[in-house]
Design a protein around this ligand. Structure first.
Ligand SMILES: [Zn+2]
Length: 131
């Protein structure tokens, strides 16, 4: 009998640094501990979803954010941060106006809402902040 040495057993291949660098100290020795990522250099712990993705590939890329970068959701109340002319009319939505129960939509103006004294209109999320 002739036996080949078993050549199909390899050590588990660990993908080369799929993990991001530490957001605190930028060390590259990040390891995963359950759902957390841990940096052994500065002991910072974080969850991968906290990670900012400057290249915009994250799943929340489509999220609608207010002027401060907070994510808005349908049903939220927001405050208009500057005077906004209402297209096709002489009405102005004053900065500071509170708008309840917004609805997020796709498009240039990504918020549909109803404003007291004005009626249904569309706003840009960059001109509001979460109330
Ligand atoms: Zn660190």
């Amino acid at each position: 009998m002739h036996h080949h040495p078993p050549n199909f057993i390899h050590p588990t291949e660990i993908p080369v640094s799929e993990l991001p660098n530490c957001p605190e100290c930028n060390a590259e020795f990040t390891y995963q501990d359950g759902l957390l990522l841990v940096c052994p250099t500065c002991a910072h712990e974080w969850t991968p979803s906290d990670e900012k993705s400057p290249d915009g590939t994250a799943a929340d890329d489509s999220a609608v954010r207010d002027a401060n970068g907070n994510i808005l959701q349908s049903g939220d109340s927001v405050i208009v941060i500057k005077d906004l002319k209402v297209k096709g009319s002489s009405l102005v939505v004053k900065g500071g106006t509170k708008v309840k129960n917004i609805r997020l939509v796709d498009g240039d103006h990504d918020i549909d809402c109803k404003i007291e004294g004005i009626g249904a209109m569309s706003l840009k999320s960059e001109f509001v902040r979460k109330a």
